[in-house]
Design a protein around this ligand. Structure first.
Ligand SMILES: [Fe+2]
Ligand SMILES: [Fe+2]
Length: 256
């Protein structure tokens, strides 16, 4: 049976809400940090064969740790959107797991420099009290969607580069979460476009001037940005085009 049966949860029949679908998808994709990989068989030597992967894992852990700052303001700005509150809550929990699992992995292989609490707080400081203006919510949602979209590619590629099998496995699983997060954000934007098609140019403009929110987390350095990943960029453009019914290149040409 699709949707909610009459009387279930004491409610009348209604279309399945966006948040119900995403909560169900999150449950299907759920994993736990303690058992997601076999922590007892991590091969330290193999891990250190790809130092660039490890330093990217460290930076990714820092970006994942930044979610409470970014999501708190998104939640505040979308307080009257029940679906958004659920999607951002799921993102906050799963983003926390990403941070927790990545940091635990680095600790398991005694990676230096170790991530410290002081470092995490310092990263949050400059953005802690920056709020989202009500008239900027669409732009921030687009930025969020694209950050998640690129994160999915980033983790997938990083997993492919890791010679250590447990890290490769972990990164692949995190990547699958990011695909869901990008989809959730995309659905939130679609809902707003359906309610008001006049926001389409703003969605296109935000996509054209995209800046990874990790840039804010790391003060300018953007390890998670997909410079040089044409597939990520192409699929990113396709996501926007599906939402807006306009080709991103056409929009960019028109606004030159
Ligand atoms: Fe994440
Ligand atoms: Fe995410």
């Amino acid at each position: 049976v699709v949707g909610v049966k009459p009387g279930l949860y004491g409610e009348r029949r209604r279309a399945t809400s966006l948040y119900v679908r995403h909560a169900a998808a999150a449950e299907r994709g759920a994993w736990s940090v303690s058992s997601v990989i076999d922590w007892s068989v991590i091969d330290r030597e193999l891990a250190y064969r790809t130092p660039a992967v490890l330093s990217a894992v460290r930076e990714a852990a820092l970006i994942e740790s930044f979610h409470p700052v970014n999501l708190a303001r998104l939640m505040r700005a979308s307080w009257d959107d029940i679906d958004a509150g659920v999607c951002f809550s799921l993102e906050a929990y799963e983003g926390f797991k990403h941070f927790h699992a990545l940091r635990t992995y680095l600790e398991a292989i005694a990676y230096e420099p170790a991530i410290t609490t002081a470092e995490l707080v310092t990263l949050r400081e400059p953005a802690a009290f920056v709020d989202i203006e009500a008239d900027q919510l669409i732009e921030r949602l687009v930025e969020f969607m694209l950050s998640e979209h690129l994160a999915a590619y980033f983790f997938r590629r990083l997993g492919e580069q890791s010679e250590e099998p447990q890290l490769a496995l972990l990164l692949g699983i995190i990547s699958a979460d990011e695909v869901r997060h990008a989809q959730a954000a995309s659905d939130l934007i679609r809902k707003r476009i359906r309610a008001d098609r006049s926001i389409i140019p703003r969605v296109l403009e935000a996509a054209a001037s995209f800046r990874h929110f990790g840039e804010e987390a790391l003060g300018g350095a953007v390890p998670v940005a997909m410079h040089g990943d044409p597939l990520a960029i192409r699929t990113f453009a396709r996501r926007i085009e599906r939402l807006c019914g306009v080709r991103l290149v056409d929009h960019m040409k028109a606004s030159l």
